[in-house]
Ligand binder design. Sequence first.
Ligand SMILES: Cc1ncc(C[n+]2csc(CCOP(=O)(O)OP(=O)(O)O)c2C)c(N)n1
Ligand SMILES: [Mg+2]
Length: 325
Amino acid sequence: MPYTEINRDSLLWMYETMVTIRRFEEQSRREADAGKLRGMHSSVGQEAVPTGLCAHLDENDYVLGTHRSHHHCIAKGLDLNHMMAELLGKSTGTGKGKGGTMHIADIDRGMLGANGVVGSNIPVATGVALTAKVKGTNQVSVVFFGDGASSQGVLHESMNLAGIWKLPVIFVCENNRYAEATPFEYSVAGGSISNRADGYGIPGVSVDGQSVMDMFEVGREAVARARAGDGPTLIEAQTYRYMGHFGADDPLGYRSAEEQQYYIDRDCIANCRAHILEGSFAEESELEEIDASCLAAVNEATEFANKSPFPDPEELLQDVYVSYS
Ligand SMILES: Cc1ncc(C[n+]2csc(CCOP(=O)(O)OP(=O)(O)O)c2C)c(N)n1
Ligand SMILES: [Mg+2]
């Protein structure tokens, strides 16, 4: 794929964002292994997908995620300290510690929420796009979801409405080849998710989700299309999660070591690093400085989160959607 508009600043931002996500996820895993959080779904391996897309968004645009959403939140610019605190259930977290890993949201930064109910954010993002269109705000709504979620009826209803009303929504399927232990080949009829866009008269594109440069190109076009009022795009990003579904499962129980290695050999961070160096966009030493600052930021967030207090039990029923009093 020809890379038309990727300048040094964009490339370095994307490299930094992906390294930050990787370090954050490794640390989250350690915190989970130490028993400080539950239900952590690692996004290691999938960093390029939201990074290449979010490079085209500003803070007024919206992102909606899934149960596996730490990478979406970081790519949308959420504060690492408050994210890590949310994971550990602390009062300084994005949701004051009541949401946890699967429900991180920061409305001020346009992250309308991760969500543990598979597929549920797809129609919400479509409604958000409808609001933007009716109000004429020029905002774009991006929803990430998995290959498993792609067979939920709500995606099809949403693509239909977004198609007829030309809504500024981008449907991004992260096809990491598995829904828990169920392989994509078993659960997706027709062998392609992007082809499903044809039925709704909207563009559907399959892209190498391990290449942040490819994601950037496809994202640029989809965001421009949405902003121009030309309607939605369905992006199927071919990617892979390196870890188990949620940490406690052994992925080698349902996939081969050779398959895992195939994707690890095409790692998005190594791939971007090579692209930067080969194109002389930066020196090795500059990348090392970025690596060090990403690690330092994650370490700082971990310290902040661990030192923060748990919410007061008196606050249990505050800020919750439904309470019994
Ligand atoms: C409506 C609903 N059904 C089932 C589940 C249980 N569940 C949690 S994650 C998951 C698999 C999702 O797979 P996919 O959409 O491919 O996302 P990935 O985990 O690969 O990121 C399932 C079935 C759920 N959380 N919500
Ligand atoms: Mg999946």
